[in-house]
Design a protein around this ligand. Structure first.
Ligand code: FES
Length: 153
């Protein structure tokens, strides 16, 4: 009787371990996109003089997502807001490579994105996640609940 119970417990432990290993492995393989968030965040242009120049990019800390956002000012005069999370495996993308280079680089495995967030060089399988942004005077109002996810370029 005791031997039967021990064998039953061993089977349950083995099954639990296998399930845990399958779930754990799967979560390491699949790229994790940032969790969805609600609300808006505001970035004041007057606090970030670097953004005045087209071709600029800055990183700001967001108080809703609790991680950096990337704000870019493209040559056509538009502003863009991205989650800084690289779609490959989630490293924060850098906003300041070499002077004069208008690409966002991921320091982990060298993926590259243009200032519109489009992936230029992998291994990232997707472009940066972009949030809707509206310019209101001196304010960039970023809607964290309105995001665009693009696979590839
Ligand atoms: S995490 Fe960015 S390229 Fe791998």
């Amino acid at each position: 009787m005791l031997q039967h119970q021990v064998r039953k417990v061993s089977e349950i432990l083995l099954a639990s371990t296998l399930v845990w290993m399958i779930i754990g492995c799967k979560s390491k393989v699949e790229p994790q996109f940032p969790p969805e968030a609600e609300g808006t965040t505001v970035v004041l242009l007057s606090d970030h003089w670097k953004l005045e120049q087209p071709g600029a990019a800055i990183s700001v800390k967001d108080t809703v997502l609790h991680r950096p956002l990337i704000i870019t000012h493209t040559r056509d005069g538009k502003y863009h807001a991205f989650d800084a999370w690289c779609p490959h495996t989630g490293c924060p993308v850098s906003t300041s490579p070499a002077p004069g280079v208008e690409n966002l680089e991921c320091p982990c495995h060298s993926s590259s994105f243009d200032l519109e967030g489009t992936v230029q060089k992998g291994p990232s399988p997707a472009s940066l996640v972009e949030f809707a942004l509206e310019v209101r005077g001196d304010s960039l109002v970023i809607d964290l609940s309105n995001r665009t996810v693009r696979k590839g370029g």
